[in-house]
Design a protein around this ligand. Structure first.
Ligand SMILES: C[S@@+](CC[C@H](N)C(=O)[O-])C[C@H]1O[C@@H](n2cnc3c(N)ncnc32)[C@H](O)[C@@H]1O
Length: 217
């Protein structure tokens, strides 16, 4: 995979302590995301986080939802080391695995998940890559399992704040293939993956979360 060129503020993480990295965005949104998962995640089972980043989130999630067994994943080696440094003493987190979330076929190695969580990646990849990621996630879920997608999105084709307009422009200038996806397109894609929408949740800082479920047939 070619590494995409991103604006400086799109995926910020700085060294904190040893191998631990800190992403300011993850520090800001961790509590709201924990509250979201406490409402919508299954109480127990297998949880896979895609594009885990620094590992700040998975540690917060694992502490808040102690009966879920968490599998963090990342494409980036330095970030996997950071995740493992954060997760060192947390019982319900497995060592981070290398998983390219936009590569077709990953579901066959990571299936039977009860929960899949993805935070802040969809705006950094192209639409065909989003299609692969959602299709693979749908296939990786158990019946009754849930997919949580969080990030900045357009609403009915509109960028709804000045901050979003600026960020979208910066993303698009670096790489015209990436940028915010539209909420209606995400709903359509979930539907195509045979996932039913449980709820679309307005989150702080004008972000959105989509909670979708794989039906029990
Ligand atoms: C904006 S950061 C978000 C990280 C984390 N989810 C968070 O919210 O703090 C995007 C992350 O996606 C990872 N990433 C980029 N492309 C990826 C891919 N194809 N598969 C898995 N992870 C990817 C990057 O290494 C980076 O850690």
């Amino acid at each position: 995979m070619t590494k995409r060129k991103l604006p400086a503020n799109a995926s910020v993480a700085t060294v904190s302590d040893g191998q631990k990295l800190v992403a300011p965005a993850a520090s800001r949104n961790a509590d709201a995301l924990c509250d979201l998962l406490a409402r919508f995640a299954p109480v127990s089972g297998r949880a896979l986080e895609l594009a885990s980043g620094t590992g700040q989130h998975v540690v917060a999630f694992a502490n808040r939802l102690p009966n879920l067994n968490w599998q963090p994943s990342e494409i980036d080696t330095e970030r996997r080391a950071s995740i493992n440094a954060y997760a060192e003493d947390v019982q319900n987190i497995a060592p981070a695995i290398k998983l390219n979330a936009i590569q077709s076929g990953w579901h066959s190695h990571h299936d039977t998940q009860d929960l899949i969580v993805l935070i802040n990646l969809l705006h950094l990849i192209s639409w065909p890559e989003v299609e692969v990621l959602v299709a693979e996630s749908a296939l990786a879920l158990n019946p009754g399992g849930r997919l949580v997608l969080y990030g900045p999105f357009m609403r009915a084709g509109e960028l709804t704040s000045t901050g979003d307009q600026n960020f979208y422009t910066a993303l698009n200038q670096q790489d015209p293939e990436i940028g915010y996806k539209d909420d209606a397109d995400i709903l359509d894609l979930l539907h195509r993956g045979q996932l039913s929408l449980v709820e679309g949740v307005e989150m702080p800082a004008n972000n959105l979360a989509f909670i979708a479920e794989k039906p029990v047939t």
